[in-house]
Write a protein that binds this ligand. Structure first.
Ligand code: 5GP
Length: 213
């Protein structure tokens, strides 16, 4: 019997900072063994607790420019005054092996991926239930100081403007519920005919079996 192979899904989860994107992504990774994280490169300084090669590859601006010029980045953008980008090689390798990948990238990155890999992508935008809630999540997280939080809030306005560019939009009231919905979205995406690359082989075998009865 033909093996029912498929291409992996490129799952983009986007939201303004503090709207629950990182928690959703972490939970999705823990609950879906076939899902891997796309580890971006960034020129932003490493925060306490972040691990090079796990959270990001922390690189210099010169190295970032080199990778960009060499075409090693699938997309890249300046966010909050730092550069970020997605290394292409691992994404292409995983997708062709049928592994799903989750991306934590902003709207600029999503737009660039749409131009290059639309057929492989499914995109989800998380909206915060309210701005006071968003502000308090950023404050409790305490990863950044006051002016950085204000900058992130102002950027949230720009980020939210792009909600309509995503396939699915969820209001993130509660992590469990959001993860359940994103898992359902991922599962449906894996069933898309265009991702099931060996279905025609299976169909031919089924027909041959009917013919031989
Ligand atoms: P942070 O500095 O808080 O880790 O991330 C800041 C923002 O940069 C987030 O909105 C995140 O989605 C975005 N980001 C992280 N990696 C990438 C990337 O590789 N490409 C793009 N376009 N955005 C990224």
């Amino acid at each position: 019997m033909a093996v029912n192979k498929r291409r992996g899904v490129m799952l983009v989860i986007a939201s303004p900072s503090g709207a629950g994107k990182s928690s959703t992504t972490r939970r999705m990774l823990a609950e879906n063994p076939n899902l891997s994280m796309s580890v971006s490169v960034t020129t932003r300084p490493r925060r306490n607790g972040e691990v090079d090669g796990v959270d990001y590859y922390f690189i210099s601006v010169d190295e970032f420019r080199r990778m960009q010029a060499a075409g090693e980045l699938l997309e890249s953008a300046e966010v909050h005054g730092n550069f970020y980008g997605t290394p292409a090689a691992r994404v292409d390798e995983l997708i062709s092996e049928g592994r799903d990948i989750v991306f934590d990238i902003d709207y600029q990155g999503t737009q660039q991926l749409y131009e290059k890999r639309r057929a492989d992508m499914v995109t989800v935008f998380l909206l915060p239930p309210s701005i006071p809630e968003l502000k308090s999540r950023l404050e409790t997280r305490a990863l950044d100081d006051g002016d950085v939080i204000m900058r992130r809030l102002r950027n949230a306005r720009i980020e939210i403007e792009h909600w309509a560019e995503y396939d699915f939009v969820l209001v993130n009231h509660n992590l469990d519920d959001t993860c359940r919905k994103v898992t359902a979205i991922l599962e449906v995406a894996t069933l898309a005919r265009t991702r099931q690359t060996n279905l025609s082989g299976l169909v031919r075998e089924l027909q041959a079996q009917i013919d031989s009865i």
